[in-house]
Write a protein that binds this ligand. Sequence first.
Ligand SMILES: NC(=O)c1ccc[n+]([C@@H]2O[C@H](COP(=O)([O-])OP(=O)(O)OC[C@H]3O[C@@H](n4cnc5c(N)ncnc54)[C@H](O)[C@@H]3O)[C@@H](O)[C@H]2O)c1
Length: 336
Amino acid sequence: MPNILTYPIYHQTNLATRRILVTGGAGFIGSNLVRYLLRNGVGLVRVLDNLATGNLDNIKKFIGRPDFDFVEGDIRNPEDCVRAVDGMTDVLHQAALGSVPRSINDPLTSNAVNIGGFLNMLVAVKEAGISKMVYAASSSTYGDSPHLPKTEDRIGKPLSPYAVTKYVNELYADVFHKVYGVNTIGLRYFNVFGPWQNPNGAYAAVIPKFIGLVLQNEAPLINGDGEQSRDFTFVENAIQANICAMEATSPEALNQVYNIAFGERTTLNGMWEILANLSGTSLKPSYGPSRAGDVRDSLADISKARKLLGYNPLFDLKTGLESTYQWFLNVESETK
Ligand SMILES: NC(=O)c1ccc[n+]([C@@H]2O[C@H](COP(=O)([O-])OP(=O)(O)OC[C@H]3O[C@@H](n4cnc5c(N)ncnc54)[C@H](O)[C@@H]3O)[C@@H](O)[C@H]2O)c1
């Protein structure tokens, strides 16, 4: 496994001629994408974000650079989408309201952002004549399907409003190709984690939340028995997938959805054990009721992305967790 500090380059391409819009670029995955693109000499990267769940701190240091542009705006507003795609060669659409529980508590807002906003982006991309939109889809689309590993063409019924929104994205993308000739690639992310992920709040994802608790010397609460499993995916693998998708041109690769994961599953108890070992904590988790809308097990078959996108994830859970834990430790010591 390579060391994250070597920062791999995922595609030998000349980014200098590219002007790339990253929606949701102040968020976790989006800001990691922005850093990758700037590190590798992109002509311009523009972020469209309304800072609903993202954090300006994630991109603040780039503001003022000639190769960086921040548009504060809302994908629910069609004019903001038109303004953001103006002059762009590529679009990596990450903006959405994540979290299954958030969508259960407020389905209207998740629907408006994740479906209405997605549609606004598709229309803006079509009108601007941009050849392709790469977008963040989700493993939640597998819903109640019991089959493992998950293969792209075999989905179940959604288990949450969030899952509905992400599935509708795929349906709209498909229709926009058939009706208007807009090309898309959907990346069904599986539990992405890494640096710059928000550890705080009711809707925090499990890995940053647990790391945050370890650093505060507090024991985590696991929903359910901890034997539910996930295909935890280090964010660098998701970045690679976006770059591969952005560069894909073959007709077989376009207008498809792909599982983006490492391709191994680990239980929550197993993940905690790795984290406990690398942090040296003796804290023990407590257990509570299972969460509504959660799937029991998740494991991706990533052979389609390997074959058609050339996706080759480089970082497993352990390597990613070490890197993420170290990052949070550094942030914590800087703020002390
Ligand atoms: N993190 C994961 O494990 C995971 C898994 C599956 C899918 N996804 C998807 O990946 C994408 C990125 O997720 P993330 O984990 O980085 O979440 P995040 O919350 O850190 O990032 C989302 C970004 O979108 C922005 N945003 C939200 N509503 C907006 C609006 N109306 N207009 C403009 N910007 C808006 C937020 O401010 C934030 O910066 C999302 O589409 C999410 O659904 C993430």
